[in-house]
Design a binder for this molecule. Structure first.
Ligand code: ASP
Length: 316
């Protein structure tokens, strides 16, 4: 049976921890002078991006190459989609090249799930609309774990445009499964219509929560998904929710500052705070490759029963 990674929803703590432990192995491989292992030699990984991306697409590509897989890259803007080719035809064409994994980003929620029904390849959701972005949540959980050992009992705030954020949805699920207490901080208009059933506390006042946080996770304002006037102005949003140096000074000295990128400097985070020693934004980027290696390896390699050898080498 083909195994996919379509969301954090459907995973459990044990599965997430297994992935994070495996990521340690790939993190070590990434630090070697030649960061490449033959684990997925002969496999082909295709990235299918119907929405722009820098980090996610490049890091999946780098992850596949470090595992010695062949890669194919499809970007909607430069394809026959502009000539009217359907999603189904596009997927069939790519699958016919003998692809073992399809890494899919699409502006419409649920598209990776549909594609998983059409193909025998393993499908990885690399962001579907405002629904889920599971590998982002895994790399964020890995980054928190790397700095703190474990997420149990951590006070984590996710701040900003929750309403349009697939990162927020996946992170709420992953962080809380791993034992963190998650607080959503946003104006009412940037929250989803309902958070009933979400394992979170919701507050509107960022300044009130800052001193009690272990980690402050800022979200990008999703201007491409905002169709109504949900905030009076960017200036007013920044006044209430932007993390500038003044606000960062109210965070504990050892708190972590995260952002999934791309950052809108001067909106959700100031340039000064992005460069603060407590900012782990670049660690998130580095960890993105290791986590995606672990995901591809679990889906395409020797699978869930595989144990990497004791010396950290991954067997072919
Ligand atoms: N890169 C993340 C995503 O694709 C976050 C963002 O774009 O704001 O969802």
């Amino acid at each position: 049976m083909t195994v996919h990674l379509l969301g954090i929803d459907g995973m459990d703590r044990a599965r997430i921890e297994e992935l994070l432990e495996l990521t340690d192995t790939f993190d070590e491989i990434g630090r070697r002078p030649i960061p490449r292992v033959p684990a997925l030699r002969g496999k082909t990984v295709a990235t299918l991006f119907f929405e722009d991306s820098t980090r996610t697409r490049l890091s999946f590509d780098a992850a596949a190459k470090r595992l010695s897989a062949d890669t194919l890259n499809f970007a909607a803007g430069a394809s026959s989609l502009s000539k009217g080719e359907s999603l189904r035809d596009t997927v069939d064409v790519i699958a016919s090249y003998g692809v073992d994994a399809l890494v899919v980003r699409h502006p419409m929620a649920g598209t990776p799930h549909r594609i998983a029904d059409w193909t025998d390849a393993a499908v990885v959701n690399a962001g579907d609309g405002r629904h889920e972005h599971p590998t982002q949540a895994l790399l964020d959980a890995y980054t928190l774990r790397q700095h703190r050992g474990a997420l149990d009992g951590m006070q984590v705030a996710i701040v900003g445009d929750i309403r349009h954020s697939r990162v927020a949805r996946s992170n709420v699920l992953a962080f809380s499964m791993l034992g963190a207490d998650v607080t959503l901080v946003a104006p009412a208009t940037l929250l989803p219509d309902s958070v009933a059933g979400w394992p979170v506390r919701v507050v509107h006042d960022l300044d009130a929560v800052l001193p009690g946080l272990d980690a402050c996770y800022l979200l990008r304002m999703q201007r491409e998904r905002i169709t109504e006037g949900l905030i009076p102005s960017i200036r007013e949003y920044v006044a209430g929710y932007g993390l500038d140096a003044g606000r960062a000074a109210r965070l504990p000295k050892d708190a972590l500052i995260l952002h999934p990128g791309p950052t809108n400097r001067g909106v959700e985070i100031s340039a000064e705070v992005a460069a603060d020693p407590r900012s782990v934004i670049l660690d998130q980027v580095v960890n993105g490759v290791s986590v995606r290696m672990a995901v591809l390896f679990l889906l395409l390699g020797s699978g869930l029963d595989h144990e990497p050898a004791a010396d950290g080498e991954v067997a072919e």
